[in-house]
Design a protein. Structure first.
Length: 510
């Protein structure tokens, strides 16, 4: 699946100098001499780790959290924005409003026994005395709870209904259950570990909805028909917060390369892997590039707020752009958790070749996937695809048809035996056992994964700063000028010119 191609040499050259392993299938040498700027500094693990230390200290002096709407988040915004201003970027911190969910307490009792549970974010509260009703179970199939017909025969009216995770959003499951008359819903995981779910927004919750583990769900299936009591107390607060947007002062502004990571943590902790790692890698890449790099395409970096509250910051940003402003964005690259302590190595599956079922990304996403595959292979790492499942900040970009891709080292999913053999780490354990907990701190980061992903990030961002032709057909002025010189020197078609130099898909960069 690897596409062999000419790659920009500035950050890439520094990567190889830093000791990255070049695979046997590395791209062939360019057919044309390349006049390239001298390599810029590539981020080192200490560069990236310094930003993680900053995020940890910010959380420590602000109640242990950097969640949007808290002083810890505001201080994180100031740290990132001031660093970028000193590096010469155009920096803005646009504000947006969102509804913040505050869970006060949740408890579940089934057949007289207490059951460990957690509320899905944005779940409505129960009445003061809770909801007491029979426990019903939705039959398990390929789309459990995702269609009204799935509830046929389950007799969910006036019950607390148990639904298996998978195939559609939590929000859709609880909405359909409510339409069938359910009083509340409990969603059980389809993989090991906590559910850690969200309904996606303040207007998505219809009935009180809690989550339990896969093992607990299996136990509850056997208790169908017994009496359950769900007591869930929660509140909703209106909050104003910010994104951080930084753009280079050089490069064309009608073909912008955009890269982003969410800056906020969950309320429970400092969020050092989720998503201090993506934020730190992105900041290191931006600072290495500088505000006035020698690029053909402007590069716009974004640190999103309120991702943990339902992708609010990125969604508000994209929806706030006109169609022409969206058209100016060549692509969006997303980096959400790139240092998981039991790391996997994933890139977003732009062509849906892994067949998970969510479908491909917009046109150009397949090429982005292959460029990340190649960048990681240059370091000796064979990545796997991860689905565009709508759980990170690429969501609104792909909804508007903007090509997308990125890197990910795993969250609550469990590493397989095959993955452990390929990547190291421990099979049968979550990629990040501390996901969305207070233990997501500076002690629990895989720094080898962190620097590998940051190097790949820097290489791919730098390349697209030079050319996006393979993704969207847009050529730089230098490429167009070289075409004209070739046509004047030798009267042949564009197709023949490319074929004669061994480039059926791409012209030389400069």
């Amino acid at each position: 699946m690897t596409v062999h191609r000419v790659r920009s040499g500035r950050l890439a050259s520094a990567l190889f100098a830093a000791g990255a392993v070049v695979a046997a299938s590395a791209a062939p040498a360019a057919a044309f001499p390349q006049q390239r700027p001298a390599p810029v500094d590539t981020p080192t693990v200490n560069d990236v780790n310094r930003h993680l230390v900053a995020f940890q200290r910010i959380a420590d002096r602000n109640g242990g959290t950097r969640a949007s709407g808290t002083p810890g988040y505001q201080e994180s915004v100031d740290y990132v924005a001031n660093s970028l201003r000193r590096a010469g970027f155009r920096v803005s911190t646009p504000e947006f409003d969102f509804t913040k969910y505050q869970l006060d307490s949740v408890s579940l009792d089934v057949a007289g026994e207490s059951v460990e549970t957690d509320a899905l974010e944005y779940s409505p509260a129960t009445p003061e005395d809770g909801i007491r009703a029979p426990l019903s179970v939705t039959p398990v199939d390929d789309s459990t709870g995702c269609q009204a017909a799935d509830y046929d025969g389950a007799d969910v009216a006036d019950t607390i209904v148990l639904i298996k995770r998978g195939a559609c959003t939590f929000a859709k499951k609880q909405r359909l259950a409510a339409e069938q008359g359910a009083e509340a819903a409990i969603i059980y995981n389809n993989v090991e570990g906590e559910l850690n779910g969200t309904l996606g927004g303040a207007d998505a919750g219809v009935i009180p909805t809690a989550g339990v583990t896969k093992a607990t769900g299996a136990e509850l299936v056997e208790r169908a028909g017994t009496t359950a009591t769900l007591d869930l107390r929660a509140s909703f607060d209106e909050i104003t917060t910010e994104n951080v947007i930084a753009e280079t002062r050089t490069g064309r502004e009608d073909n912008v390369v955009m890269a982003g990571a969410h800056l906020d943590s969950v309320d429970e902790g400092a969020g050092i892997n989720d998503n201090g790692t993506g934020s730190a890698g992105l900041l290191s890449t931006a600072l290495s590039m500088g505000g006035t790099p020698d690029v053909n395409n402007a590069v716009r970096f974004a640190w999103w707020g309120a991702e943990e509250s339902g992708l609010i910051g990125s969604t508000e940003y994209v929806k706030g752009l006109s169609f022409q402003e969206q058209l100016d964005i060549a692509m969006y690259l997303n980096f959400d958790m790139i240092g998981s302590p039991n790391a996997g190595y994933f890139t977003y599956d732009g062509d849906d070749s892994d067949g998970v079922g969510a479908g491909p990304g917009p046109h150009g996403s397949a090429q982005i996937e292959q460029d990340f595959v190649e960048a990681m292979r240059n370091q000796g790492i064979e990545v796997e695809g991860t689905d565009f499942n709508g759980r990170s900040d690429y969501g609104q970009f792909i909804a508007e048809g903007i090509p997308a891709g990125g890197l990910f080292t795993g969250a609550g999913g469990v590493k397989t035996e095959e993955q452990a053999a390929k990547w190291g780490g421990e099979a049968g354990v979550a990629y990040d056992p501390n996901y969305h907990t207070a233990e997501d701190n500076l002690d629990n980061v895989d720094r080898s994964a962190l620097i590998r992903n940051t190097r790949a990030m820097a290489e791919v961002v730098d390349h697209y700063g030079q050319t996006t032709e393979e993704v969207n057909g847009m050529r730089s002025r230098a490429e167009r000028a070289q075409l004209r010189r070739m046509a004047a020197a030798e009267p042949m078609s564009l197709h023949d010119a490319r074929q004669s130099h061994g480039h059926s898909c791409q012209l030389p960069l400069k």
